[in-house]
Design a protein around this ligand. Structure first.
Ligand SMILES: Nc1ncnc2c1ncn2[C@@H]1O[C@H](COP(=O)(O)OP(=O)(O)OP(=O)(O)O)[C@@H](O)[C@H]1O
Ligand SMILES: [Mg+2]
Length: 182
């Protein structure tokens, strides 16, 4: 994977598979550290399962025997000198957090967060996605639950809305970046 936004997509798809109704994605950059988390209110994991979940051979997939989403995200973070953690509780949800040393030569660029978010919205329009995007003291928050109330019945996954959202998210992310992409 060459962009962290693709890792984020993968981790958020785990939340979708875990039947979450709410998924929050945090992207926070400060003091040379980029922290990315995905938290959900899905079905969660048992302690035993959680203990082995960073192992590629841990998966509840039935189509193949390896699950790479979590191991790849962990490796991407740790290779920069950053860290990785995952907390989960059965019936409550899961929070996956990875921190990246921003100026490490091994850090992948963040990539297209707007694209990641809109593809999640398109494939799971019924789920509430919240993005918290922060660089230093500049912050942008987008919540599909709030946005849907403005749509007055127009489906959020319709092409016009998705195209609008891509631009809207991109513009706001650029403003928060302040001229330097992450
Ligand atoms: N947010 C979550 N809530 C509940 N279970 C999860 C969550 N994230 C991961 N899991 C469990 O951990 C397993 C491993 O996840 P991982 O993303 O590493 O691989 P995968 O999703 O199985 O396969 P891949 O990501 O390669 O498509 C999943 O199969 C799932 O059982
Ligand atoms: Mg996965």
């Amino acid at each position: 994977m060459r962009e962290l936004s693709l890792n984020i997509l993968d981790i958020a798809q785990n939340s979708v598979k875990a039947e979450a109704s709410k998924v929050e994605i945090g992207i926070l950059a400060e003091n040379n550290l980029l922290t990315i988390y995905v938290s959900d209110n899905g079905k969660g994991m048992t302690k035993e399962f959680l203990a082995s979940v960073t192992d590629p051979f841990t998966t509840t997939r039935t189509t193949r025997k390896v699950g790479m989403g979590i191991p790849l995200f962990k490796m991407a973070a740790e290779s920069t000198g950053g860290s990785f953690s995952i907390e989960s509780e059965v019936g409550k949800g899961t929070k996956t957090t990875a921190s990246f040393v921003i100026d490490s030569i091994d850090r992948m660029p963040l990539g297209n967060v707007a694209e990641t978010l809109t593809s999640l919205i398109m494939t799971s329009p019924q789920i509430d996605f919240k993005l918290i995007y922060r660089v230093d003291d500049r912050e942008f928050i987008f919540d599909t639950a709030e946005f849907k109330t403005l749509l007055e019945g127009i489906p959020i996954e319709s092409a016009e809305i998705i195209n609008y959202l891509k631009e809207y998210l991109d513009d706001n992310i650029k403003i928060v970046n302040g001229g330097m992409d992450l």
